[in-house]
Ligand binder design. Structure first.
Ligand SMILES: NC(=O)c1ccc[n+]([C@@H]2O[C@H](COP(=O)([O-])OP(=O)(O)OC[C@H]3O[C@@H](n4cnc5c(N)ncnc54)[C@H](OP(=O)(O)O)[C@@H]3O)[C@@H](O)[C@H]2O)c1
Length: 242
């Protein structure tokens, strides 16, 4: 039975689906807008990749077990999860203006749901002695920057969790890795908002990354399993990562 990747978030996720699909993976594509997912599934089918759309709101962690079960019912297994949903309402806030309700609103999608996804797939992966969880995150998860808070503290918590997870699972055949993106992603729906936030914060000018190149990092991480975190571009890897 061919392997299955569950791609949660269908922006960068489309490139990830294509990269793994080219290697024979079947794809579960998850986001909220069903019509958009159906179109993407058709495009992938035209490239010879078997994909199925699952419409779900990933800001509802309580619904994760049912989603994972639905994917497993359809495909019989899940081998890899790529987690990277982000919405236009998940933006940066200056630290001096940050409040509890802003953090609370970001936390389900960016911290609670990925934790629940791992909980839902771990029993299958433990039984098989194999599985991969890949997380996409923004640079502010690892590198605090003035005026660009909000996302960073929440993603930093998820990054912290992922580092622990990676180390705990090191000898089990299960791999958890993070792709930390210090770029704007071409063809992304949220890039324009991020770029506007950088400009108004007089912040750093990040390069544009092609999502196909980011997906290549994922494939490399999946096959080599030799790092807990990959920065893109690599030149922006902080000197002393946590
Ligand atoms: N875009 C950038 O410039 C950039 C820069 C640095 C890091 N990143 C990171 O890269 C990753 C991918 O970003 P991207 O460029 O792919 O963004 P994108 O092109 O805007 O795609 C985001 C995807 O997430 C889905 N999504 C959003 N909220 C969701 C929810 N509540 N439930 C289910 N699906 C949801 C969206 O579909 P629906 O709206 O239909 O649900 C869409 O498919 C994210 O982890 C982001 O933090 C992005």
């Amino acid at each position: 039975m061919s392997k299955v990747i569950a791609v949660l978030g269908a922006g960068l996720g489309v490139s990830v689906a294509r990269r793994f699909g080219r290697e024979g993976f079947r794809v579960a594509l998850v986001a909220r807008r069903k019509d958009r997912l159906d179109t993407l599934v058709e495009v992938l089918a035209g490239e010879g990749i078997e994909a199925v759309a699952f419409s779900a709101d990933l800001s509802k962690p309580a619904e994760v077990p049912a989603l994972v079960e639905a994917i497993r019912d359809r495909f019989g297994r899940i081998d890899v999860v790529a987690y990277g949903p982000i919405g236009g309402d998940q933006g940066f806030t200056p630290a001096a203006e940050l409040d509890a309700s802003t953090l609370e609103a970001l936390t389900p999608l960016l911290l609670l749901t990925p934790v629940e996804v791992v909980r839902a797939v771990l029993p299958e992966w433990t039984e098989r002695g194999e599985g991969t969880f890949l997380l996409a995150q923004g640079y502010s998860a690892a590198q605090p920057m003035p005026h660009l808070s909000g996302l960073g503290p929440v993603m930093a918590a998820t990054r912290n969790y992922l580092y622990s997870l990676n180390a705990e699972l090191a000898d089990t055949g299960i791999y958890a890795g993070a792709l930390t993106i210090a770029s704007l992603i071409a063809r992304s729906e949220v890039s324009a908002a991020a770029q506007a936030a950088f400009e108004s914060a007089d912040g750093p000018h990040f390069p544009i990354a092609d999502p196909d190149d980011l997906a290549e990092h994922y494939w490399d991480m999946y096959t080599k399993r030799d790092r807990v975190e990959q920065f893109h571009p690599e030149s922006l890897t902080p000197r002393a990562p946590a």
